[in-house]
Design a protein. Structure first.
Length: 120
């Protein structure tokens, strides 16, 4: 039987992988914005490397701190990370128009998201 610690570590790995995969299109967008804004190519590469390495560095920091203070802090930091992701996603969902209206398509997206979280 898996312990709470095992579940937390597995979830942390999956969360980091998801964030890293999400960073691929974001990194492409960042690279294009940097180049189009006149930033030198070498400087853009340095900024991209920092951006790309931020998730593994944050995960390593979380692992080192979590190992030193206990797994309950690891789970707390995962909760904070998920909270930040939920905040960003709801901001994108609800604030992408001038009127901030709750349309049928948004309600459907919320329902599908909740169903996916519950049943998957």
């Amino acid at each position: 039987m898996a312990t709470l610690s095992d579940v937390g570590v597995q979830f942390a790995r999956e969360l980091m992988l998801g964030i890293m995969l999400h960073k691929i299109p974001v990194a492409i967008t960042l690279a294009l914005l940097l180049l189009k804004s006149g930033v030198k190519r070498n400087t853009s590469i340095v900024y991209l490397l920092i951006f790309v390495l931020s998730t593994p560095a944050g995960s390593l920091f979380q692992h080192l701190v979590g190992a030193g203070v206990g797994n309950e802090y690891l789970l707390i930091s995962l909760g904070l990370t998920i909270g930040i992701l939920l905040h960003v996603s709801t901001t994108i969902l609800f604030e992408n128009s001038d009127h901030h209206r709750l349309t049928a398509s948004r309600i459907l997206a919320i329902a599908l998201g909740v169903a996916g979280a519950v049943f998957i």
